[in-house]
Design a protein around this ligand. Sequence first.
Ligand code: NAI
Ligand code: PYL
Ligand code: MG
Length: 270
Amino acid sequence: MALLTPDDLKNMKNALVRNDRLIEKLTGTDLKTMCADIYGTAWRHEKIGIIPITAGGGIIGRFSESLLHTIRHFGMEGFITEKTDVAGYYEAVTAGADIILMADDYTFAAHNIRNGKIAHNQICTGIVYSEVLVRTRDEFFKGADSGSLNRVLAIGIGKVGRPALENLIARGCDVCVYDADPAVLDRIVEEFDVRRYDPEKPQSFLKIFEATPCADTIREEMLIPGAVLSTPGIPCAIGKEKRVKYNVTTVQEPLGIGTMSMLYQVFDKA
Ligand code: NAI
Ligand code: PYL
Ligand code: MG
């Protein structure tokens, strides 16, 4: 898995506020309300314990702090343990945490120790970013051909992209898929009722989902002017020049959006 760096998280506070506003502009509800609606759950003052984990590549500067910022930004209660790893787990539980957030190099999990629910960051990130596209109101695309409104191009069908693809299909979207790995692409078009994006016969889209660890994966010919790009991928899939030229609205943030999706997945039903 591509790991975050402290630099990726440098501007996350501003990015979270900007993206929350943008999600509201696109879908009509803010991130928190959208997550509650996706999972049919509600926050009931559960306390969230964040445990820094030293395994593998070790602690990532700003990681725990960004999680705490996200929780507090949305009015929830949480704390970072002083100790790390198993000692941190003991500290979190004895200090009254209801939900544990912790990540090593392979898995970032949210575990609700009261109801037993557990969430995985890659799955929840795919779901929430794909839902932004599903929920973007038709009125946002003024004068668009109605045939384009249900079509989505999904780029990068890995651990984040796959749950996103499953969600887009479940939500009735007509999905075209692209992955740089031909074996992945072959498997996906065989398994799902989706079309393969063929770079030799380019098509353009109003709605694009992207989850790759590469920059500049959005080619000009993929874009209908005024498109919405929802992308957890780091670094960003599109540069400023192309974004401006095609008036692309981009939802992208390094950690908080996916974390909110994880928390709402493990809260109790509303
Ligand atoms: P992954 O490695 O499981 O999947 C990436 C997929 O993209 C692979 O199938 C690969 O073949 C494909 N790919 C690579 N380069 C490509 C290119 N140039 N064009 C098309 N396809 C390409 O990775 P995973 O876990 O799905 O993560 C994807 C990205 O999302 C990473 O950058 C990761 O850091 C980021 N991420 C961001 C989060 C957030 O909250 N913003 C949360 C989780 C992951
Ligand atoms: C959750 C992110 C999104 C993209 N890549 C994932 C990643 O960077 N995972 C590693 C997280 C490690 C955290 C570290 C700490 O500070 O506790 N062990
Ligand atoms: Mg995120």
